[in-house]
Unconditional design. Structure first.
Lengths: 897, 288
């Protein structure tokens, strides 16, 4: 989530699905929302069918999907050209805005004043960039700081220009025992750097606004036609609709999903959308925002309470041997942003160490910081499977995942599984990953022989959702509790049961050890089984999910009594002296005490809804806020913008609470008020001045809505936090049928590439692989199919793998509808039936026409409905920021079978 | 009698997710189908190794038609011109179901009275009273009713009669994420539909119209539709034939035939010495 995180401060959707009903325009791009998020799409349809002033719905996508069928405007675009389309939209908006800044104050209309105020005060448009920055315009597709040998950038070449010359930070090496509370606060204060230089007139050639104008000048509607294949009039209709629906009295939202992320330019594509929404004044606004649609029921939760190798729960960096993380003090110095809410970082990490290591975590041992292992490289999915393929990984727990079907270059991943010593698969069904050793395509073809595979495979039956307690964190950061309805059958157990009892057995094994290296496992707070809660169930040793929720929420630490202290009300109560324990600070408040439940109440189980903000339904992080950065829903003086004022009036008339806006400054009460939890210091007036030596939020003024950012601004230009450039620029997908028409640089220069046996790539414009291929999902199936292909009710609805192709393409190949075709890439080839449809079209580009084919990736060799594995075709190649693969676009050949 | 209820299906917001089909299977405990049944216009069943249907190739519709186990059927109509820019591009979707007609032909022809009108004004097959005669199958102008392969009894949407009795919405309407299938008192639904229709007309969608909301079609359909193309495009008859209209004539002929048979028997009894006919009776005509 660095796309949203670097732009706004937090790596989550800025808004929530129900708020879509108030949008005046919704752009869905990089998402097939109707098919993949049909429940959230309900609110999009409510906006579209609204009795008064219905919203315009725009879908931009390579395929005409069930989402396109609902859209007022469908704009086709060649897969992988999104940044050209978005860049041209950015250019269109910038050109609309430019004259505003040439006008005298008194000549501005209310609409122009809105854009001026939003840009100058809520974004970093006015900030100057240091003069050693060079744009892609000067370096033909590269930014300054690129090291071609290492294929890496030096991001210090994109930094802000500062007012006074930066003083060299005082060099202090961290020593164990230095982490006393007063020294943490003092250290953070020392980290405050010089204030960046600003030009509120936006005229300075090195201010972000002017850099943007130069950077996007070449992203014209004509370029869109040549690179994306989108008709110019369709593009202009989209651009005008977005602009017409932005301003003080109208807002528009953007919804995206993995159609944007699964690219070697995925993060930058989301950045482009962030820039667009900031320029349109749509972030922090009701009916605006960016809704990041997640692919699974709790995928947001799995980054919040991280299953990622490089993050701890609550988006705290995992200690790394490659960063200056040697001691707790080093780690805090490196990871703390002193001029934002992140100035509280020491409280977050100390409380987390306390939650995990309990009484072992003391001031004298840096709160057991050294108990944490340090990562030594990129251990995300793709590099992990490469290492497995090289025989470097011996054992693998596969839980809630089916890489034999869902992994990129799945054949490579199955071969990697065959080189493990042991593999544990937990799933309700025996998936392809559990049986790769006996019925995978490699075994059937003789490439692998069962007798030669030494991997010992343990298949453990997993409980289904209704058979356990727990929570889902959905796409809008909303945590919803689910109760246990029945015991799981036979030996099936919940994932919590497996993890907690595996930990228990390991702790028993190491109980007698006196080796220091075994101390972390002995010290773990691990007593999660609450036998009273299991009295009515067959399974008596099920851990309590609520007890874990309490640990996540945080509680007052009492010596020798882990998990027993009073739960915290919010992360505002966290301390950096070991007196509080908290598993994931961003979730703090989810188990806050109430008058009726002084020992803590599970707010995720709250079920008091309304049809909009619904603060009484579940719990949304942070602090139950539904719409983030909502300070921006009011003007500089804290008054609601006209749109929010109107919505609040209508909501009150319909029986909602009497509020004047979404979030606004209540001058009489001297505090921020509104329909949502204000995302701002509650009592900080809009007139508050920024304090240049202020620590944390004191550094920000009363008009800086982005409290997680070092300067309180939404970042149009990202001076730090990304590894492939401060601004989105178009690069072709790693495999593309055409040369880059925008710059000489063909692909993302920092893309992660694995040029290894078993993972061959096609050349640029490779005549053997002339077509563009996207993989995607259908409503009727879920991801790698383990929850749907075994279920006849769903399998009958989409019973077979198919390859969607245009009638023009089918005619060229002599293929008939439902006839068999073979699809090949340098990695492999599969068979599928052709689904010939006018919904797919050839793309006419600058000097050639390109066919696009689509493959759903749900099928595998197990289950009720079986078919070839579409991911056998895709490649191991990654975005440099997050190592996401590029399954949304690569090249292939198609022949008639 | 309770207030008459119905379905108003706004096809313009149907996203073709088929949640209604699955919810119907689940609530009514119906097994998955095997593709279009033999007696449906969609053609012969295509058996798959796993007993699932084959890929139909007909857009995203793989169940093909109503069947004894598919009481709901989501239709997909692709309307794309052949030019490179697809100057005409539309993908219509519609969740079809029993219309619960005001003058229900199936109810009219049912010889055993198994098909009844419930207190909710819906049309319901009482399974124990069905003798499997199939008259309702041919009477229905929408191809809704099919015979159960397991029990030989006529099958169709029950309007979730069991749920209605408990004050619950039918499973399909409950599951519909975009409120394309709306359930409620018929009077209310018709008002809602008129509002939506007027909105679409204001937006320039002149072809939008309601199907079955007035009494022109079989006296009115308790499951009526907002369509944006001709009914035939959705596989719906513009002016459905009512087989029950010929009931009077067929009744006359039945009585006439009966009289003839009686007359024949009378003669037979007179010729007590006559031997029984040597020929077996001719086989029954296969039903359409």
């Amino acid at each position: 989530m660095p796309g949203l995180g670097t732009s706004f401060g937090r790596g989550g959707a800025t808004t929530f699905a129900m708020d879509m009903q108030h949008a005046d325009c919704i752009l869905i791009m990089g998402s097939n929302m109707a098919e993949c998020h049909p429940v959230a799409f309900r609110w999009v349809m409510q906006a579209k069918t609204r009795a008064a002033d219905p919203a315009a719905l725009i879908h931009v996508d390579p395929r005409f999907t069930r989402t396109s069928a609902m859209a007022d405007i469908y704009a086709p675009l060649r897969a992988g050209s999104d940044i050209v389309f978005l860049g041209a939209l950015i250019r269109h908006v910038l050109e609309q805005h430019a004259p505003i800044f040439a006008k005298a104050e008194r000549d501005l209309t209310a609409r122009e004043r809105f854009f001026r105020d939003y840009l100058v005060h809520y974004t970093n448009a006015a900030t100057l960039i240091a003069d050693d920055f060079q744009d892609t315009e000067e370096l033909d597709g590269l930014f300054s700081g690129f090291d071609a040998d290492k294929r890496k950038y030096d991001p210090t070449k994109w930094r802000y220009e500062s007012e006074p010359p930066a003083e060299a930070p005082e060099e202090v090496t961290g020593e164990p025992g230095e982490g006393r509370p007063e020294s943490f606060a003092a250290r953070v204060a020392k980290l405050v750097g010089p204030r960046p230089t600003e030009d509120p007139s936006l005229e300075h050639p090195r201010c972000v606004f002017q850099i943007l104008r130069q950077h996007y000048a070449r992203y014209t509607p004509e370029l869109v036609q040549q690179v994306c294949g989108t008709p110019p009039d369709t593009f202009l209709r989209v651009a005008r609709t977005l602009v017409d629906n932005a301003g003080p009295d109208r807002t528009g939202a953007i919804c995206y999903a993995v159609g944007w992320t699964q690219h070697t330019t995925g993060v930058q594509t989301i950045r482009a959308a962030s820039i667009l929404q900031l320029l349109l004044g749509n972030i922090g606004r009701a009916g605006g925002g960016i809704l990041a649609l997640r692919g699974h029921a709790s995928i947001q939760g799995s980054t919040d309470i991280a299953t990622l190798y490089n993050l701890h729960p609550g988006y705290l960096a995992a200690p790394s041997a490659l960063a200056k993380h040697d001691t707790l003090v080093d780690y805090i110095d490196t990871e703390t942003t002193p001029t934002s809410y992140w100035s509280n970082f020491p409280r977050f990490i100390v409380s987390q160490l306390k939650a995990w290591f309990g009484d072992d975590a003391t001031t004298d041992n840096d709160y057991a910081y050294d108990y944490l292992p340090k990562s030594v490289g990129d251990h995300s999915h793709l590099p992990m499977f490469v290492a497995m393929h090289e025989g470097k990984i011996k054992g693998f727990f596969c839980i809630g995942q089916n890489p034999a079907v869902g992994g990129q270059n799945a054949s490579f991943q199955r071969e990697a599984l065959a080189r493990l010593d042991w593999l544990v698969v937990r799933d309700p069904y025996e998936t392809e990953t559990a049986t790769f050793w006996k019925d995978s395509p490699e075994v059937n073809s003789g490439k692998l022989k069962t007798k030669d595979i030494d991997t010992e495979v343990f298949f453990l039956p997993a409980a289904a959702v209704p058979e356990m307690e727990g929570s889902f964190t959905n796409t809008q950061r909303l945590v919803q509790w689910h109760h246990k309805a029945a015991d799981p059958p036979d030996d099936a157990r919940s994932d919590i049961w497996f993890t907690v009892h595996l930990g228990r057995l390991l702790r028993e094994r190491y109980a007698g050890s006196r080796l220091q290296r075994d101390r972390p496992i002995q010290a773990l707070v691990w007593n999660y089984v609450d036998e009273r809660a299991n009295a009515d169930w067959r399974i008596k040793d099920e851990p309590s999910a609520e007890l874990i929720l309490k640990e996540i929420n945080g509680y007052e630490w009492t010596e020798n009594k882990p998990l027993e202290g009073k739960p915290l009300a919010s992360f505002g109560e966290l301390a950096d002296d070991g007196s509080t324990a908290c598993g994931a600070w961003i979730y703090s408040g989810i188990f806050a005490p109430t008058a009726e439940h002084p020992g803590g109440h599970n707010h995720a189980a709250n079920r008091s809804g309304d049809d909009w903000v619904a603060l009484g339904w579940g719990f949304a992080w942070p602090a139950n806020r539904r719409l983030m950065y909502n300070r921006a829903s009011a003007d500089l003086q804290g008054e609601p913008w006209p749109k929010e004022g109107r919505l609040a009036r209508e909501h009150a008339q319909a029986g909602g609470p009497a509020m004047r806006g979404y979030v606004y400054w209540d001058a009489a009460a001297k505090r921020w008020s509104g329909l949502d939890v204000p995302d701002f210091v509650l009592t900080k007036p809009p007139t508050a001045k920024a304090q240049s030596d202020g620590v944390g939020l004191d550094y920000h003024s009363g008009t800086d809505p982005f409290i997680m950012k070092a300067d309180g601004k939404g970042w149009l230009f990202v001076p730090q936090g990304l590894v492939d450039g401060p601004l989105p620029a178009h690069y072709e997908p790693y495999e593309s049928p055409v040369r880059n028409a925008v710059y000489r640089q063909q692909t993302n220069p920092a893309a992660l590439v694995w040029d290894i046996p078993g993972n061959a790539y096609a050349k640029v414009a490779d005549p053997d692989y002339p077509h563009v291929l996207s993989t995607y999902r259908l409503t009727e199936h879920h991801t790698a199919g383990a929850m749907t292909r075994w279920l006849p009710w769903l399998a009958e609805l989409q019973p077979e793998l198919f390859c969607e192709m245009s009638p023009e393409h089918a005619q060229e190949l002599g293929v008939e509808n439902t006839g068999w075709v073979r699809i090949a890439t340098p990695r492999g080839s599969i068979r599928a039936r052709a689904l010939v449809t006018g919904r797919i079209r050839p793309y006419r580009l600058k000097d050639r026409s390109v066919h696009h084919v689509g493959l759903p990736w749900h099928w595998g060799y197990k289950g009720v409905s079986t078919g070839d594995v579409a991911n056998d075709l895709s490649a191991l190649v990654g975005d440099p920021n997050v190592t996401i693969h590029e399954a949304k676009v690569f090249v292939c050949n198609v022949i008639k079978e | 009698m309770a207030e008459p209820v119905g379905f108003y299906t706004d096809t313009t917001v149907c996203i073709g997710c088929k949640a209604c089909q699955v919810a119907c299977h689940q609530w009514n405990d119906l097994p998955a189908g095997h593709g279009p049944p033999e007696d449906s216009p969609a053609g012969m069943r295509q058996t798959h190794e796993s007993d699932l249907p084959r890929l139909s190739g007909n857009s995203y519709d793989n169940t093909g038609s109503f069947s004894d186990v598919n009481w709901r059927h989501v239709k997909f109509i692709e309307q794309f011109s052949a030019d490179a820019d697809r100057s005409e591009a539309a993908w219509l979707m519609m969740s079809d179901v029993c219309k619960h007609c005001a003058s229900a032909p199936c109810l009219d022809v049912c010889p055993t009275g198994a098909i009844i009108r419930t207190e909710f004004d819906t049309v319901y097959i009482q399974e124990p009273a069905c003798n499997g005669c199939r008259d309702c199958v041919s009477a229905c102008p929408f191809g809704v009713i099919h015979m159960s392969e397991r029990t030989g009894i006529a099958q169709k949407c029950t309007f979730c009669y069991d749920r209605l009795q408990q004050g619950l919405a039918p499973a399909c309407a409950q599951a519909c994420p975009t409120q394309s299938i709306r359930f409620g008192p018929l009077v209310e639904l018709k008002k809602e539909a008129q509002v939506r229709l007027a909105q679409l007309h204001r937006q320039g969608l002149a072809r939008a119209h309601l199907y079955g909301a007035d009494d022109q079609i079989l006296g009115g359909l308790n499951s009526f539709y907002l369509l944006v193309d001709k009914p035939e495009v959705y596989g719906l008859p513009s002016n459905p034939k009512v087989p029950s209209k010929s009931v009077v004539a067929s009744t006359f002929w039945s009585i006439f035939t009966g009289l003839l048979v009686a007359l024949g028997l009378l003669f037979q009894f007179r010729e007590r010495t006559a031997v029984p006919p040597a020929e077996p009776p001719p086989p029954k005509e296969p039903r359409p």
